[in-house]
Design a protein around this ligand. Structure first.
Ligand code: SAM
Length: 225
């Protein structure tokens, strides 16, 4: 689902490397989530569309919360479980198969839902967002979207965006237009309206092309119950 060449090198710092690998952006994503949401450190958090769990793992190094990982892909969940075991945080991380549109979680049971790079693949975004709202406790927060973190080094952000956009453009005009549409703040706002969210905020500029100075700042839908 990602584009060739856009995977960060896990565990690397913010410096340039000779191999062309980009530094890991997940620590920067985790910092943004903590800064924007200030969630209850002792709560229950969900990483929705977790893939191999990089967001949850970066968060787990910075908090004490229990994190439930949800993804429809069994292979991704197995990878996430293995990585959690390697890092010694299996006691705080649980991985469950599930889809955003039908979350395997009880009403009002969660303090924070984060989801990075996944909403673009959901079959029904408004339904997924209303499910996220359903599982949030009173005061619980959600941060759904995509990005590399505000403090990810500028040179790496530019290179990432260049590679990403080149990759999608090579699939043709229609694919590129859809890519931009999925990351447009107006699209996010329309999904949130359709989901009936009482209040929400769209943060960031979305999928701007590399020649646009606002490129790479990501896009997030934030809301609270
Ligand atoms: C590009 S990966 C992002 C993984 C990870 N969150 C990250 O930031 O690297 C997208 C993930 O969304 C998951 N996904 C696809 N459809 C989904 C759905 N309907 N509900 C939840 N997750 C979904 C995929 O299985 C995949 O693991």
């Amino acid at each position: 689902m990602s584009e060739p060449g856009d995977k960060p090198r896990a565990g690397s710092g913010g410096g340039r490397s000779d191999s062309g690998a980009l530094p890991d952006y997940y620590p920067f994503v985790a910092e943004d989530i903590l800064r924007l949401c200030s969630p209850d450190d002792a709560g229950v958090w969900v990483d929705l569309g977790c893939g191999g769990g990089p967001v949850a793992l970066a968060l787990s190094e910075r908090c004490r919360a229990h994190i439930i990982l949800v993804d429809p892909n069994d292979e991704a969940l197995a990878t996430a479980r293995e990585s959690a075991a390697e890092r010694g945080c299996s006691d705080r991380i649980r991985a469950m198969r599930g889809r955003a549109e039908e979350l395997p979680l009880a009403d009002q049971s969660v303090d924070l839902v984060v989801s990075r790079g996944s909403i673009y693949f959901w079959d029904d975004q408004p339904q997924g967002l209303s499910e996220v709202y359903r599982v949030l406790r009173e005061g619980g927060q959600a941060m759904i979207g995509g990005g590399m973190g505000r403090d990810y080094p500028q040179w790496a952000r530019q290179e990432f965006i260049k590679r990403r956009h080149e990759g999608v453009r090579s699939k043709g005009r229609k694919a590129y237009e859809r890519f931009l549409w999925l990351r447009d703040p107006e699209t996010f706002a329309a999904w949130a309206d359709e989901a009936g969210l009482p209040e929400f905020e769209v943060v960031g500029e979305g999928g701007k092309p590399p020649e646009d100075a606002r490129a790479g700042l990501g896009i997030w839908l934030r809301f609270q119950r």
